[in-house]
Ligand binder design. Structure first.
Ligand SMILES: Nc1ncnc2c1ncn2[C@@H]1O[C@H](COP(=O)(O)OP(=O)(O)OP(=O)(O)O)[C@@H](O)[C@H]1O
Length: 298
């Protein structure tokens, strides 16, 4: 296996006429981790990946693998495995498809069976791709990227359209690739889709970076609130007012803008108000993600 090298995007801008698809984007993707490249449809993910893979020329900035642009990699197939908009000849079998690629890349034929086994489609390898389910095509596409045993994997929406079993499988698979020290970049327009697979997130919206960091840092961003209720809501509201804790009235109680339930409970206690329920209300990661991308889109 080639060693994992970081993906470095620096000041990357791509304009298509009047449309700025990518706007001064800077981030790094480290080896040994799975990084989710996230953003709503049209955010500029595919354009960024296309520039990274030398398919589109940037207007400004650079996108490299440890400082080397894709086009200058000496053995690209063995350094970087990429699956963007995979197309397969429908009349060809998976084995044939992989053989064509292996031959073109000067890789040993033995790799074909190895990658078929790796992605678990050996038993369908001699069937025509036309009869493949979306999940099988995704696996074949992944097998193609793995032919050169690359240290870097760039996968565009690899989870899209998979059934639950396929999703479970790919999560474990991406993890094992990163654990081997590879750099794994996975794009998705849904955080929930990759949430259980990624360590790091790079979130873009309208071509611009809105967040790069660990998944747990995104969890911390999710604004926590406390929901509290009482048989006497008016008295409870007065207690929160007295403690200067802002709140809004929800269906199941008062939603206080305070992450610590103990603080809210104490406010009720000192005012002598009976509490019937008290718990932390954490907005989900997806909400936090949507707030980030929508906030930026305003
Ligand atoms: N070749 C092109 N010519 C003109 N505009 C383009 C071209 N490619 C992309 N765009 C525009 O650039 C913007 C970003 O598109 P891009 O495909 O990179 O987004 P994305 O985040 O990958 O979205 P999706 O998940 O829908 O593919 C969009 O407004 C798109 O219409």
């Amino acid at each position: 296996m080639a060693s994992g090298i970081p993906i470095e995007i620096t000041g990357l801008t791509k304009q298509f006429g009047a449309v700025t698809a990518v706007d001064d984007l800077t981030f790094t993707v480290e080896p040994g981790k799975v990084t989710g490249f996230l953003g709503p449809n049209g955010a500029g993910k595919t354009t960024t990946l296309r520039v990274l893979l030398g398919l589109v020329r940037p207007t400004r900035g650079t996108a490299t693998f440890g400082g080397t642009p894709y086009a200058s990699l000496t053995r690209p197939f063995e350094s970087v495995g990429a699956a963007l908009e995979a197309t397969f000849h429908p009349g060809r079998t998976a084995r044939n498809h992989l053989r064509v690629y292996a031959t073109a890349a000067g890789l040993p034929r033995s790799r074909v069976q190895e990658v078929l086994d790796q992605v678990g489609i050996s038993e369908f390898a001699d069937r025509r791709v036309a009869g493949y389910s979306l999940g099988m095509r995704q696996r074949l596409s992944l097998a193609t990227t793995l032919l050169g045993d690359p240290g870097v994997l760039v996968l565009d929406e690899p989870i899209n359209g998979l059934d639950p079993e396929g999703i479970k499988w790919i999560r474990g698979f991406l993890r094992s690739l990163a654990d081997e020290g590879r750099t794994v970049l996975v794009s998705s327009h849904l955080l929930s889709e990759v949430q259980q697979s990624v360590d790091e997130v790079v979130i873009i919206s309208k071509g611009r970076l809105v967040k790069a960091g660990t998944l747990s840092s995104l969890e911390l961003d999710a604004e926590a609130q406390t929901i509290i209720d009482s048989p006497d809501r008016r008295a409870l509201a007065a207690a929160l007012d007295a403690a200067r804790i802002p709140y809004t009235e929800g269906r199941n109680g008062l939603i206080a803008a305070e992450p610590d339930p103990a603080v809210v409970g104490h406010a009720a206690f000192v005012a002598g108000v009976e509490v019937s329920s008290l718990h932390r209300l954490k907005s989900g990661l997806e909400e936090s993600f949507l707030a980030l991308v929508n906030g930026e889109a305003e």
